[in-house]
Design a protein around this ligand. Structure first.
Ligand code: NAP
Length: 256
């Protein structure tokens, strides 16, 4: 749970892609616990159903709709269904992503493309569809979940690093284009977050130092909650790195 007041998102509707597992699930739960009605989407209906049941048991109103962010027509259907059910769509969190660690030499052409398709093009598809269907007329907030890789070389994650750098750029462009319409667009860049699929997969190939694994899914959710709250009303086009300082730690000193 966060330290923010309950019900600060009362009356709002939030769509979270990748919201049935890992960081996205904690974001969905946290926005829901603070009063938002939520919509979660990803490919596997069984994960969506399990998450929805958990949320409903906690008193959170949840729609769980299967789609693939790579397919604009499916994304449009999810957004239309959410607006039909709830009457609005105020918050979009783009968290869906794919990843498998591999050096460039061992990565196929298609492997690189798949990650860029999900992370970058998927974020664009959801953002554009939500803008067209609702945000353009009513304003709102978008938060993109990226990674703190934009200015670094990241061995074995060429595809993810390139895609997330693209999402950071997209975040800033959407922020300036849409500020006049009352839409804020920001990003949250997690470091290594304990008990997630991302770290499990990366950890199998890399030795992640224990000190870098102090971040929790709730830490990510709290950053998103702040950005979509009215307390962040003048924050637009920024990236909040939530990594304890680990990724700027050139000398490998302890993180918070
Ligand atoms: P995760 O549990 O695997 O979350 C990724 C989600 O995206 C899954 O729910 C997956 O569900 C969904 N997804 C994948 N492809 C999709 C598609 N084509 N269409 C719709 N949904 C799709 O991993 P996580 O580690 O929590 O990562 C969550 C986010 O944090 C990602 O954006 C990741 O890049 C970012 N991140 C994580 C870390 C970390 O330490 N874990 C670090 C930096 C950044 P389906 O397979 O059912 O579709």
């Amino acid at each position: 749970m966060s330290d923010f007041k309950e019900n600060i998102l009362k009356g709002r509707v939030a769509l979270i892609t990748g919201g049935a597992t890992g960081i996205g699930k904690e974001i969905a739960r946290t926005l829901g616990k603070h009063g938002a009605r939520i919509v979660i989407t990803s490919r596997k209906q069984e994960n969506l159903d399990a998450a929805r049941k958990e949320f409903e048991a906690e008193g959170i109103k949840c729609l769980a709709l299967s789609s693939d962010v790579r397919k604009p027509e499916l994304v449009e259907q999810v957004i239309a269904a959410a607006i039909k059910e709830y009457g609005s769509l105020n918050i979009v969190v783009n968290c869906a992503a794919g990843m498998f660690p591999a050096p460039i030499e061992g990565m196929s052409y298609n492997g690189f493309k798949v990650v860029v398709d999900i992370d970058l093009l998927g974020t664009y598809n959801v953002t554009k569809a939500a803008f067209t269907a609702y945000l353009k007329e009513h304003g709102g907030c978008i938060v993109n979940i990226t990674a703190p890789f934009e200015h670094w070389g990241v061995s074995s994650l060429a595809h993810v690093a390139a895609a997330k750098a693209g999402v950071e750029s997209l975040t800033r462009t959407c922020a300036v284009e849409w500020a006049p319409l009352g839409i804020r667009v920001n990003s949250v860049a997690p470091g290594f977050i304990a008990e997630t699929e991302g770290v499990k997969r990366f950890g199998e190939s890399m030795d992640i130092p224990d000190k870098s694994l102090k971040g929790t899914r709730q830490d990510m959710a709290n950053a998103v909650l702040f950005l979509v709250s009215d307390s962040a009303r003048f924050i637009n086009g920024v990236c909040i790195r939530v990594d304890g300082g680990a990724t700027i730690d050139l000398l490998k000193m302890p993180v918070v």
